[in-house]
Unconditional design. Structure first.
Length: 324
């Protein structure tokens, strides 16, 4: 008869836990009292408009930027006092391509491997080339690569030292859909191997790839949780509406009590609110007119994002302008 040690059935400790993180640049509070826990091996998306503090938040969580207030641990190390130990285990892929365009793919990776003092450097570079499908192009100059191939090369460079944590800042900006899908297939493979991935984005298709989402607007965390559960956590209900003269209907619905959001998606409207029965009654009253087709649908991340952003206050707007 075997006896389990205490804690054998406990879930693994989070990769990152932070409390009260805040950061100012000048007189602007860019991150305001953020608390968060990131499960180990998860893909965690930080979703919000440009300038909302996503990248600053991620950099503080990983010891790359010192917070003005707050505390936390990343990969078991203190983000304030053990930042160097964290950096050794982090791969950081920036939005802007930052490798050497006048070197070949292989030369770039070899240079990065030298910088990190990677053991068995030559073998590790060849393995990285093979893993990311770059072997046939290894002698091609980086400056001649398309956006998708540059992205693969940048990811290969991030992974040379086998990081436990990967930071992706707007990783697929300017990349075609096929390359974007292949990139996310690779990220999923890394996550399955236990690598924790933090993604800063304002693209909904990228957000949908994440296991967890944190909505951040103007320095504040609005909500976070499993991506599939976010709309339900808000309590958002949505109806899909199609038919003639949607512009006129949109104006009418925006003035209807119980309708909290009307968003146009091509040739349809998504009509949302937090009071399900009231919204259903509105839908039935319009169905009775016989002019438009109404169908209840599950609220998704994009409706949730628009709903949350509508109530967010821009911390870069002067106080007197907010009152107007």
């Amino acid at each position: 008869m075997s006896v389990e040690a205490p804690g054998d059935n406990l879930p693994p400790a989070p990769a990152i836990t932070v409390t009260g993180l805040s950061k100012r640049f000048g007189d602007k509070l860019v991150v305001d009292g953020l608390d968060m826990a990131v499960p180990r091996g998860s893909i965690y998306g930080f979703l919000g408009p440009n300038g909302s503090g996503k990248t600053t938040t991620i950099r503080m969580m990983c010891g790359l930027l010192t917070p003005d207030a707050g505390s936390g641990q990343c990969l078991g190390f203190d983000i304030r006092t053990e930042a160097l130990k964290i950096k050794e285990q982090v791969g950081y892929m920036t939005q802007k391509f930052s490798l050497y365009e006048d070197l070949s793919i292989r030369e770039n990776l070899d240079f990065i491997a030298r910088m990190y003092q990677v053991p068995g450097r030559r073998e590790r570079v060849e393995a990285a080339l093979a893993d990311l499908g770059l072997s046939d192009r290894k002698n091609q100059l980086a400056g001649t690569l398309s956006g998708g191939w540059k992205q693969r090369m940048a990811l290969a460079a991030c992974l040379l030292h086998d990081p436990k944590l990967l930071l992706l800042d707007e990783p697929t900006a300017g990349v075609d859909p096929k390359a974007r899908r292949e990139f996310w297939d690779e990220i999923r493979r890394l996550s399955a191997r236990g690598v924790t991935v933090l993604v800063s984005t304002h693209y909904m298709d990228e957000a949908a790839q994440c296991d967890f989402i944190a909505y951040i607007a103007y320095g504040k965390k609005l909500i976070d949780g499993p991506a599939a559960e976010i709309p339900a956590m808000i309590g958002l209900h949505t109806w899909r509406v199609d038919g003639p003269d949607l512009a006129k209907l949109e104006v009418e619905l925006k003035d209807t009590n119980g309708v909290e959001q009307v968003a146009r998606f091509g040739a349809v409207l998504h009509v949302s609110g937090t009071d399900g029965p009231v919204l259903e009654a509105i839908a039935k009253s319009h169905v009775a007119r016989g002019t438009h087709h109404w169908q209840e649908k599950k609220a998704e991340l994009e409706e949730a994002f628009i709903f949350l952003m509508a109530g967010a206050k821009d911390n870069f707007v002067a106080p007197e302008a907010r009152k107007s």
